[in-house]
Design a protein around this ligand. Structure first.
Ligand SMILES: [Zn+2]
Length: 60
């Protein structure tokens, strides 16, 4: 992934939290099952910019 700030190639990193981070879609009723996705993090080692990406973004 390319850094949008300085066009440097970004390095994949991980959160220092057990199990990483997940996002969940908002539901309109309690009968709906929310979609979940893990989050990947990329860091630019030139300018320090950090970018987050959902791995299962197509489910949303
Ligand atoms: Zn950068």
């Amino acid at each position: 992934m390319e850094c949008i700030k300085c066009k440097n190639e970004m390095t994949k990193a991980k959160f220092l939290s057990f199990g990483g981070f997940q996002i969940e879609s908002e539901t309109k009723s309690i009968f709906e099952t929310p979609e979940r996705s893990n989050i990947e993090v990329y860091v630019c080692n030139k300018c320090g910019y950090v970018e987050l990406k959902a791995t299962d973004y197509k489910k949303f």
